[in-house]
Design a protein around this ligand. Structure first.
Ligand SMILES: CCCCCCCCCCCCCCCCCCCCCC(=O)SCCNC(=O)CCNC(=O)[C@H](O)C(C)(C)COP(=O)(O)OP(=O)(O)OC[C@H]1O[C@@H](n2cnc3c(N)ncnc32)[C@H](O)[C@@H]1OP(=O)(O)O
Ligand SMILES: NC(=O)C1=CN([C@@H]2O[C@H](COP(=O)(O)OP(=O)(O)OC[C@H]3O[C@@H](n4cnc5c(N)ncnc54)[C@H](OP(=O)(O)O)[C@@H]3O)[C@@H](O)[C@H]2O)C=CC1
Length: 515
């Protein structure tokens, strides 16, 4: 019997960010392994014209939750959505709901965040720092609370190259930043943002670092732990391999590559691709919840959920695996044939962006115009290149993360718990994982039917022929122009023609001799 699963039975949990990528997988695993848990409160905001109930209904009816419904048929009764907006004071939670949360919650998993790299500092501070502070305040009023688990990111201190499982100080105290956001206007915030974030690449990593300091400073007597995942990817094993439902991180790049939009990227091929499957992060998080509540460590423990130091894979290898899979399982209606060239300097990046990305987009837009349709490819390409430029930092640096606490926790688990809540990334086979990831992107993100694979292969063959034809035509045109304008080109041309002529004549003569 799993000790961890038994621990969560009859518990009331509170999850923020439960509608997000990680939050959904966390909920799924909790219900599947501890079907007797009492209730999971989730803080949800109405979104895209959907009510809370509609959002929860959609999640429960997704493929991700199919297995849960078998082991926990009354799962819908155990999810209690609470209307909340983490950007509002007291999260805009009603008095009755707040009372229930305060009196019943046993464990908190705080996953909600803005993960956008371009978020305005005010917005990022509000969600990643102030909301964390408010949630801790709420937690301090919960008499039954046993543990508060905060999800941060392994990149919160990405300005360092070696990162230990400790909280690093920031030059300006989070409380001062929170206060200043209340009275500074946007233009001044824009001006001071680069100075505040310093050598971090964006407001996201900066505010996640501030969030950690808030957790450390304001947790009082609470049992608190922080989980720091690196680049979270599709599921490795559970509930089934390859599940993914958003384009963040690698998933968007896999689509862009498979559809032939993205063919080269500025990346350091040998840099470690620190991708970690979402189910590995979730298993660690659940185990951390149990350990923190039961063992009550004296200080706030940080757990790195990373792959680089235990089972490294670099971008070059990852790119090759992705391309090899796309040969077998191509995406439908690709714009060009998938390719993955890594460039390492700005000049070659700009060159390939012009030649391999923008030029085909311009030609395609021209074709759209000719056929009476609205051009759109260049706009799409420019947006994609902007997105890529924001991710570039993470594919051109390598980090070394220590994982002592994570390894310690693994050794504390019973063999059964190590099996049920496996977060031992050493067991991950990258080739198999990437194959399932690409397949998962095709099935769950692009919603493409596997029956369409032969047609997709046919389409790629056609693209290859067009590519050869286009290159040959381009070569001939350029050559013709050169010959018309340059004596040297003409000389080379006559030399080649006469050489070929002599070569063919020689063969003709020798074959006649034999006869
Ligand atoms: C030839 C090459 C071959 C390669 C071979 C393949 C190798 C395998 C690939 C491995 C490489 C992995 C590298 C990962 C590095 C990740 C590091 C994460 C580290 C930190 C981890 C964390 O701790 S935290 C979670 C990460 N947090 C995000 O990852 C949010 C990012 N994101 C945004 O901050 C916003 O997205 C941003 C960009 C502002 C635009 O913002 P925006 O307002 O302009 O618009 P949107 O957000 O609506 O997106 C606009 C359009 O970009 C599309 N798109 C969005 N993401 C995309 C994406 N990743 N790749 C492609 N396309 C993406 C989207 O689908 C839209 O497409 P469309 O226009 O057609 O609808
Ligand atoms: N994905 C990754 O690669 C990594 C993620 N992390 C961390 O993991 C955690 C989860 O990330 P992930 O699941 O990928 O992110 P998502 O963007 O998928 O999910 C974010 C969640 O936060 C919720 N949220 C955002 N704003 C509000 C708000 N104002 N009020 C209420 N809820 C809100 C979202 O709700 P809604 O659905 O309504 O928008 C959503 O449920 C984050 O803390 C992130 O920093 C760390 C490392 C890597």
């Amino acid at each position: 019997m799993s000790m961890i699963a038994a621990f969560y039975s009859n518990k009331s949990l509170l999850i923020t960010g439960a509608t997000g990528f990680l939050g959904k997988v966390l909920m799924e695993k909790l219900f599947r392994t501890s079907p007797h848990l009492k209730v999971i409160y989730i803080l949800v905001r109405p979104k895209s014209g959907q009510t809370l109930q509609e959002r929860v209904f959609q999640i429960l009816n997704s493929k991700l939750f199919e297995k849960v419904k078998e082991v926990c048929p009354n799962v819908h009764e155990k999810i209690r959505p609470i209307s909340a907006d983490l950007n509002q004071r007291d999260f805009a939670i009603s008095k009755e709901d707040m009372q229930e949360l305060l009196s019943c919650t046993n464990i908190i998993f705080h996953c909600a965040a803005t993960v956008r790299f371009d978020a305005h500092l005010r917005e990022a501070v509000q969600l990643n720092v102030t909301a964390t502070q408010q949630l801790l305040l709420m937690a301090s009023q919960m008499p039954k609370l046993e543990a508060f688990i905060h999800i941060s990111t392994a990149f919160s201190n990405c300005n360092l190259s070696r990162i230990d499982e400790v909280i690093y100080p920031c030059p300006v105290e989070p409380r001062k930043i929170i206060d200043s956001m209340e009275w500074l206007d946007d233009s001044i915030i824009d001006e001071i943002t680069p100075k505040l974030i310093g050598d971090r690449p964006n407001t996201y990593t900066y505010t996640k670092a501030l969030g950690e300091i808030v957790v450390q400073q304001e947790s009082g007597n609470l049992n608190v732990a922080i989980v720091r995942p690196s680049i979270v990817g599709a599921t490795w094993q559970e509930p089934f391999p390859g599940w993914v439902d958003n384009v963040n991180g690698p998933s968007g790049l896999i689509i862009a590559t498979g559809k032939g939009f993205l063919r080269s990227i500025k990346a350091t091929p040998m840099a470690v691709a620190d991708v970690i499957p979402v189910d590995t992060v979730v298993n660690l998080t659940i185990a951390v919840g149990w350990y923190t509540a039961v063992h009550r460590p004296k200080s706030t423990l940080i757990y790195h959920s990373t792959s680089g130091n235990l089972n490294p894979c670099n971008w070059h290898k990852m790119g090759l695996h992705v391309l090899a899979t796309m040969e077998k399982i191509p995406f439908e209606s690709a714009f060009r044939r998938p390719n993955a060239d890594f460039t390492t300097n700005n000049f070659t990046t700009q060159y390939w962006n012009a030649v391999s990305h923008r030029a085909p987009a311009i030609i395609y837009d021209f074709y759209l115009r000719l056929t009476g349709r609205k051009p759109r490819m260049l706009k799409l390409m420019n947006r994609l290149l902007r997105t890529i430029s924001m991710l570039e930092y993470f594919i051109n640096h390598s980090w070394e993360w220590s994982t002592n606490n994570t390894e310690m926790l693994l050794s504390e688990l019973s063999p059964e718990d190590q099996r049920v809540f496996n977060f031992d990334v050493r067991q991950l086979n990258w080739l198999e994982y990437i194959e399932n990831y690409v397949l998962g992107v095709k099935k769950y993100l692009l919603k493409e039917d596997l029956a369409g694979i032969p047609k997709a292969k046919q389409h790629l063959k056609r693209l290859r022929n067009i590519h050869y034809l286009f290159n040959t035509a381009l070569f001939l045109i350029i050559w013709r122009l050169l010959i018309a304008r340059s004596q040297i080109a003409r000389n080379i041309w006559f030399f080649i023609v006469s050489f070929c002529y002599k070569f063919i004549s020689y063969f003709r003569a020798s074959s006649t001799l034999k006869i």
